[in-house]
Design a protein around this ligand. Structure first.
Ligand SMILES: [Zn+2]
Length: 484
């Protein structure tokens, strides 16, 4: 064990700093000649890399720096990132290994080696953060949030993080290097991951998690009548999001490859007993829940033991399929009108189904040309109303809707966009009211903004209660009646 007397001083850690960064700064300040032979040796580390995600010297560091071990584990290592999706028993084991310095087999214990998403070869930094840190603290440091797998950009400065290789035994602080601005989807993943990492109360079982996924898939009509997951649709949705992350950035290439091999997201459901990398869950959560908070609300709702109260899964609407007969008639060149009569599906539905199946049909009545269709698609993806798009292009709403119906995944996306727009609108209405009427009670706010209040009560209850003034205790309600 390390002798704390030998450490005459130890710098305080900066907020959000990694253990490696902290020790590096200690080393640079101490004036030791060698990082490995002096500083690391003082911590009792003769082999192994100081910059590992989970270094083996945490117990020694805790003594040397006189800081509780649990604080170091929770705030200076990516413990929370990995622990969130681990079952409680494994989580406990994870903590024990970190607390005793037995970190050699940690990745394999957590099952993250097999999926080749272990980071560890590189460290990441943001030049703008470096500048700010020097301004605020007087020194640059490695940010823990920047090191989480899947965090490819800085959430505050919207620039791609700069990567440098981890060198086995070198004390190194980040340097200023310019990278390209981050893309919207890259930012989205970053904020989801950081949101998850920030909250320390993410405790749920694997069963709760899978149940929440299934319930949401059911709401999104992505379960078949036999309650099987429509993986094809789900993969398309995930694929459309992953496309927003540039090739070669972070661990996403591996996920894209798994997606095209039909291994992901299937693995999360079919190999439920295996522990999967958090990023796999997060990419699915992004598609199903949009943000971490909503997932947590759902996951807690989903905690209904299956034996006691089975989850009732409503029967999804049956979608109309293009029969083999209709397909062969259309391929043989029969007109839509004729085939419509034979198979008993309306001409417009038949046309959509045929286009979806890639069968060329006579599209003369359509007023939408391919180049316009692309522009329409772009606007639809942004959540623009069909009536507005129709007016922009001087075509009928029906023509726009026909474009939309060829892309069923867009309908889901648009609903989500609108949900978020509404939520933003109602949230800011409440915030503005509270700001201008600081003494208003909950009741007064409800009366003044009933629509926003009810909407948030239904869809965003915890946020609403967090941002309303505190409830007047029942005992005091009578006295304050005059001002309610
Ligand atoms: Zn930054």
């Amino acid at each position: 064990m390390v002798n704390p007397e030998r450490f005459s001083f130890f710098p305080s850690p900066a907020e959000g700093e990694t253990t490696y960064s902290w020790i590096t700064r200690y080393h640079l300040m101490s004036g030791h000649a060698s990082f490995r032979a002096n500083t690391m040796a003082l911590l009792g580390v003769l082999h192994g890399r100081a910059s590992n995600e989970f270094p083996s010297f945490l117990p020694q560091l805790s003594v040397a720096a006189d800081m509780p071990l649990s604080t170091i584990i929770h705030y200076m290592t990516p413990y929370q990132y990995y622990a969130t999706f681990l079952p409680e028993k494994l989580r406990q084991m994870f903590r024990e290994h970190l607390s005793t310095g037995q970190t050699r087999n940690l990745q394999s214990i957590m099952g993250t080696v097999a999926n080749r998403m272990t980071p560890g070869q590189q460290m990441y930094s943001c030049r703008h953060c470096i500048r700010e840190d020097i301004e605020q603290y007087g020194f640059p440091f490695w940010h823990l949030l920047h090191q989480l797998t899947g965090v490819v950009a800085c959430s505050r400065h919207h620039e791609l993080l700069h990567a440098v290789p981890r060198i086995k035994s070198q004390a190194m602080l980040p340097k200023l290097v310019i990278e390209r601005p981050s893309k919207a989807m890259e930012d989205r993943y970053v904020s989801l991951i950081q949101e998850m990492h920030k909250l320390q109360n993410n405790m749920f079982s694997k069963q709760q998690c899978l149940l929440a996924y299934r319930r949401r898939l059911c709401e999104m009509e992505m379960l078949t009548t036999h309650h099987r997951i429509r993986f094809q649709q789900l993969r398309e949705l995930i694929g459309s999001r992953l496309k927003g992350v540039e090739v070669g950035v972070g661990a996403f290439d591996y996920l894209k490859q798994q997606l095209s091999n039909n291994q992901f997201p299937e693995c999360l459901f079919y190999q439920a007993h295996v522990n999967h990398h958090p990023l796999k869950h997060l990419v699915l959560i992004d598609v199903l829940f949009e943000d971490w908070h909503e997932f947590i609300v759902e996951v807690n709702k989903a905690y209904v033991p299956l034996e006691a109260k089975p989850v009732v899964i409503s029967k999804p609407k049956r979608s109309i399929e293009l029969s083999h007969k209709a397909q062969s008639l259309l391929r043989a060149g029969r007109s839509l009108r004729v085939v419509s009569k034979v198979v008993g599906i309306s001409v417009s539905t038949l046309k959509i189904l045929a286009q979806r199946a890639g069968i060329l049909v006579d599209c003369r009545p359509s007023k939408v040309f391919p180049d316009i269709e692309r522009s329409i698609l772009r606007l639809l993806t942004l959540g623009e109303k069909t009536s507005g798009i129709a007016a922009t292009f001087g075509i009928s709403v029906g023509a726009v809707e026909q474009v939309l119906s060829k892309h069923p995944e867009l309908v889901i996306l648009r609903n989500k966009i609108w949900f978020h727009q509404r939520r933003k609108f109602h949230r800011s209405a409440i915030l503005m009211h509270v700001e201008h009427n600081p003494s208003a009670s909950r009741k007064l706010i409800r009366l003044a903004l009933s629509a926003s209040y009810i909407w948030l009560y239904k869809h965003d209850k915890s946020w609403l209660y967090e941002h309303l003034p505190p409830e007047i205790p029942r005992s005091e309600r009578f006295q304050s009646k005059g001002i309610i």
